[in-house]
Design a protein around this ligand. Structure first.
Ligand code: NAG
Ligand code: NAG
Ligand code: NAG
Length: 170
């Protein structure tokens, strides 16, 4: 099945290439995550972290602030269209992507457990935006160190609207 593919990058390889050399602005916003966070309360702090991170990126369309708060250093990237690891590589894609594409997100839910965070959502890409359009069901998986994120995976599936399963995706 060609359904399972990857990444926001899947939505806009053209944008990625066009912005390969864009440098994000100097980041000085305060980091709020703590890589050494542990003990009682950690689960609740992690739930708050992924909820804030998801809200900043998907609703506010502000990946710079999300990364400044929650991705202070190491960031291993598994989404296949990114050219490598590290927060700047990812921001070089996400910042122009959200500036140039009027995508909208709905049905956002966030979860945490066993050192990982998940966010799932529907992303709607209007015609003419990015390199293809329609509705897509997305899942991002992030690995925690303390309350910071250090590793990322992404899966995105097109929602055709005529799926065989009457409760497909959600
Ligand atoms: C985390 O703990 C390490 C080892 O104790 C320490 O070197 C580092 O400064 C701490 N980092 C923060 C952000 O507190
Ligand atoms: C859904 O519609 C598309 C486009 O018309 C078609 O290619 C696909 O086979 C349909 N899928 C199902 C499960 O009917
Ligand atoms: C303003 C806008 O583009 N709204 C769209 C957001 O996404 C939903 C589906 O996921 C569309 O139905 C809306 O038109």
């Amino acid at each position: 099945m060609p359904h399972i593919t990857s990444a926001f990058a899947y939505l806009s390889v053209v944008t990625l290439v066009a912005n390969a050399f864009v440098t994000p602005g100097i980041q000085q916003a305060r980091t709020v995550c703590d890589p050494n966070a542990s003990g009682t309360g950690l689960h609740r702090q992690r739930q708050a972290a992924i909820a804030d991170y998801a809200n900043l990126i998907l609703n506010d369309k502000d990946p710079q602030t999300a990364f400044d708060r929650y991705v202070p250093g190491e960031y291993i990237q598994h989404a296949p269209a990114y050219p490598g690891d590290g927060r700047d590589v990812t921001l070089n894609y996400l910042v122009p992507f959200f500036r140039e594409n009027q995508v909208n997100f709905s049905k956002l839910q966030t979860f945490t457990g066993d050192g990982y965070a998940f966010m799932r959502y529907v992303v709607n890409v209007p015609p003419g935006e990015a390199s293809l359009d329609g509705d897509f069901a997305g899942v991002n998986i992030l690995r925690f160190r303390g309350t910071c994120f250090v590793e990322h995976w992404e899966i995105i599936q097109r929602i055709a609207g005529n799926e065989t399963n009457p409760h497909a995706f959600f």
